[in-house]
Design a protein around this ligand. Structure first.
Ligand SMILES: [Zn+2]
Ligand SMILES: [Zn+2]
Length: 872
């Protein structure tokens, strides 16, 4: 044991600006390491699990270091590369590193003295109690009496200060859960499936089984035949795929029971005879095979795009012989410098995923890891299934709809892959035994403990869901991915049919590499896009509610042809409200400065900002009249009206309300895929990365509301939304149709969508951005002051803005109230800072931070200041 006095600087899971220094007792000198958790006291005796960032021998200047209470981990749970990433995020997005730690670590790894512990309902004390230590047993007994205990209370019961190690091992033994996990009440839908046993999956054996069954068990024979038919096994379609695995469809038990009357008993007998077996699995995760979009070989265009990306990455030498063989392809100019990031601009349904798969294969074969980022993972079962099919168990999926247990498990599995598989083996007790080579995830997966990333794919890179708005860190996962790749010396592919202006600009400036893919895959044509002039139709009194005759006729035709329809209604400005017919009074939220939204299904008024809910009043609160009507045209209303126009159509809706539960998206998508829905009505969600085989018509109900939204990005966004939703139309053998309803058919953005002319949209937008000092020419920093007293907000915002103007002059805009100036009884006001791209943003941020801390010691210290770098 060394007698040197060590200190550790730790990151606390709190929004404090600085690291905090603690002293290491001699006997733990060998146990501390950067990236391990330690238990420390902070504030009024509260305990936290903090993370070691530095180890050194310098005592803190301004306070006497307390001792750490204990060391939690045998091995680091966070790696140096991640800590570097956290540092960058904290600096770039101007937020405390504790905020980054809270965002990065799953809750299960972030215990504090207020953390509540409960018994895991699935734990059997009778059976497993003998494996517990005395203290663990004592704790379980206490929990059986009192249901929940805070770590503080546990400390009192066990009469010891440090209870974290006990709780930690109990979590690992599956005996207790931290309470947060119980909030999630969903039950994954489990379904029974049937498959052939390895014994029967053999030509000779199967022949024998058949002849035996033919003689005396015809019912069993029917069941076996039904299985073979449904699974597509032993048929021509069952060709091996790229990975060499046979393709066949998984068969639900319920389908067999449907196909053969009295199948249950026969199935049991077949299971007994070891011919078939029944297994259970979560629905939504199973793999669908034989999809028409499935390919095993890249076509020529895709192959060229792949080679171009590989060349630009410097993975292969440029091959001049196969360049410009096809005019469709716009490869970056000759002899390119090696790029770390390449933008792949490929139209919808052009087969980008297949190109990604080839890149992933290449990286994995080198023994490196791949991160595949998706904007909203709940919507993208299709892609996950596709990748699982190629990469099997080495695919990990990570997102916020997982509960804490699942998140910790995935965290540990990724960590385990780093250390060659022998990190703390009992900490990853779970079903995942394979190492993840490929992780598919939403933005939070950037924080997983990768040690050897070779490639990050940012799919749909333009999507606003990559930005975290609240809480801090307010990061953009696309931009953060580029920095993370830089740490790992990895490459990044940004993919989109409608790239963000920023990324496209970076590629034009040759900061990023660039490749375009303009041909849809498998001969699917780009859809025909028509505009329906709503102004004209209204004048001629032809509108039926919000539907033009052109759209209604097209829907009828599609339904007649047994084809599917998607109708898109922008979320903004269309929430249904209650309004007094006499005086136009609209019920307002009591906490926020917004009108309440009317939900017909639950007959409730709800605030979408704070969650406040109330019963609709029976009379007007202003004039007392009882004549209240609903106004607005949300998706619920559209669904309702469609049911009147098309009484025989099966109509479903996909929006925030219908997709709250964990698997709701997947169920709607699955129903639509299986043809159980004729018309799908939805908000932004229906624009995202879904490919359906039978959609012939897409209707955009109101293009104007998007275009008129007051935001410098609204044209760009409108283009992206309309182009993306249009991309859902089109089938293999038939050109799809898109109808855009608008009062302003000549609008340049609508015209750009019709002509599929991204470049014009980009060129016009870029000019505006330049003229009005917006990104990509300027960087934006938005500073928001928040307080419950409106006068305080006004005065403090003015004070801060004046201070900033002294330094930054005309680069400061505001202060101004945002569109919604009061949320949850707190008023807010924004100040916008625009910094030239060439200027030192680091310097500017430093000045801003100094001013904010000065502000924090002024008369306005009670005012909350929120900083958003690169707001979206
Ligand atoms: Zn509210
Ligand atoms: Zn009234």
């Amino acid at each position: 044991m060394s007698r040197t006095t060590y200190f550790v600087d730790v990151i606390l899971p709190l929004a404090v600006p600085n690291l905090y220094t603690y002293r290491v007792p001699f006997n733990w000198n060998d146990s501390v390491a950067v990236g391990k958790r330690v238990v420390v006291q902070f504030g009024r005796g509260k305990l936290y699990s903090a993370l070691i960032r530095h180890i050194h021998q310098v005592p803190p200047k301004h306070y006497e270091a307390k001792y750490i209470e204990s060391v939690l981990d045998e091995k680091p749970i966070v790696l140096i590369k991640q800590l570097d990433f956290w540092d960058w995020m904290s600096g770039y997005y101007m937020c405390p590193i504790g905020d980054v730690m809270i965002a990065a670590l799953p809750g299960g790894l972030r215990l504090s003295s207020e953390t509540k512990v409960v018994i895991n309902p699935g734990y059997n004390l009778q059976e497993n109690g003998s494996l517990l230590s005395d203290k663990e047993y004592l704790l379980i007994e206490a929990l059986e009496l009192r249901n929940t205990l805070s770590l503080q209370e546990i400390s009192e019961i066990l009469e010891q200060k440090t209870v974290y190690p006990v709780v930690k091992t109990l979590i690992e033994k599956g005996a207790v859960l931290i309470q947060e996990e119980l909030k999630e009440k969903f039950k994954p839908k489990i379904e029974s499936f049937v498959r052939i046993t390895p014994y029967a999956d053999n030509e000779d054996n199967l022949r024998e089984i058949f002849s035996a069954l033919e003689k005396k068990a015809s019912k069993q024979l029917d069941v076996l035949l039904a299985y073979i038919k449904l699974s597509g096994r032993y048929t021509k379609n069952a060709l091996p795929d790229e990975a060499g695995a046979n393709t066949y469809t998984e068969v639900k038990k319920s389908d067999i029971v449907k196909a053969v009357t009295g199948a249950e008993a026969a199935l049991k007998s077949l299971v007994k005879k070891d011919v078939l077996e029944v297994y259970e699995q979560e629905v939504g995760r199973f793999i669908k095979h034989g999809n028409a979009t499935k390919i095993s070989v890249l076509n020529d265009v895709q192959q060229q795009v792949l080679s171009s990306i590989q060349e630009q990455f410097g993975w292969i030498k440029a091959d001049s012989s196969n360049k410009s063989a096809l005019p469709i392809l716009n490869v970056a100019s000759a002899a390119p410098a090696v790029k770390d990031t390449v933008l792949l601009h490929g139209v919808t349904s052009s087969g980008k995923t297949e190109i990604y798969i080839k890149l992933i294969e290449q990286v994995i074969s080198r023994g490196q890891q791949v991160l595949y980022l998706l904007p909203e993972i709940a919507l993208t079962t299709q892609i996950i299934n596709r990748l699982r099919k190629c990469f099997g168990d080495t695919v990990g999926v990570y997102h916020s709809k997982f509960n804490e247990n699942e998140r910790v498990e995935i965290w540990n599995t990724v960590l385990k892959a780093n250390s060659g598989g022998n990190i703390d083996d009992n900490s990853s007790a779970g079903t995942h035994t394979a190492d993840y080579k490929l992780v598919i995830g939403a933005r939070s997966s950037l924080f997983l403990p990768f040690s050897n990333l070779g490639l990050i794919i940012v799919d749909e890179e333009h999507d606003t869901s990559y930005k975290q708005y609240d809480p801090s860190p307010r990061y953009n996962a696309r931009d953060a991915a580029i920095y993370l790749a830089h740490i790992h010396k990895a490459k990044v592919v940004l993919g989109s049919a409608t790239p963000s202006i920023e990324s496209y600009y970076n590629s034009q400036e040759e900061k990023y590499g660039f490749v375009e893919l303009f041909k849809r895959f498998g001969g699917v044509q780009m859809p025909e896009i028509l505009i329906s002039d709503v102004k004209e139709a209204t004048k001629r009194k032809l509108m039926k509610s919000h539907f033009s005759p052109m759209l209604l006729d097209a829907v009828s035709l599609a339904l007649q042809n047994k084809e599917q329809v998607i109708l898109f209604q922008n979320r903004r400005g269309f929430s249904p409200q209650l309004e007094c017919n006499t005086c136009a009074w609209v019920p307002q939220c009591i906490n926020c400065d917004v009108s309440l939204t009317y939900h017909k299904a639950s007959n409730q008024l709800r605030c979408h900002y704070c969650g406040y809910a109330a019963k609709p009043p029976s009379s007007c609160s202003a004039c007392g009249d009882t004549n209240l009507k609903t106004k607005g045209f949300g998706t619920e209303k559209i669904e309702e009206e469609l049911a009147i126009f098309y009484p025989n159509a099966r109509i479903a809706r996909m929006d925030l309300d219908t997709t709250r539960s964990k698997f709701a998206h997947q169920h709607i998508i699955q129903d639509f895929e299986e043809g159980n829905i004729d018309i799908l009505v939805g908000t932004q969600m229906v624009t995202k990365g879904l490919d359906f085989d039978n959609v012939s018509l897409v209707g955009i109900l109101n293009a104007d509301s998007m275009l008129n939204f007051p935001d410098f990005r609204s044209f760009e966004r409108s283009y992206q939304l309309m182009a993306q939703v249009s991309g859902r139309a089109g089938r293999k053998n038939k050109r799809g149709k898109v109808i855009i309803q608008s009062y302003n058919p000549d609008h340049s953005i609508i015209q750009n969508v019709v002509r599929n002319d991204y470049l014009s949209m980009y060129t016009n937008e870029l000019l505006d951005r330049k003229n009005f000092n917006y990104p990509p020419f300027y960087r934006l920093i938005e500073i928001t002051v928040i307080h419950k007293d409106v006068d305080m907000v006004n005065a403090s915002a003015k004070f801060l803005a004046d201070e900033l103007k002294r330094q930054f002059k005309q680069r400061v805009l505001g202060p101004e109230f945002p569109l919604v100036s009061r949320i949850r009884n707190l008023y807010q006001k924004n100040i916008l800072l625009k910094i030239e791209r060439e200027a030192s943003v680091v310097q500017a941020k430093k000045i801003v931070m100094e001013m904010v801390s000065k502000f924090k010691t002024s008369e306005f210290k009670a005012v909350r200041v929120q900083i958003d770098v690169d707001p979206m």
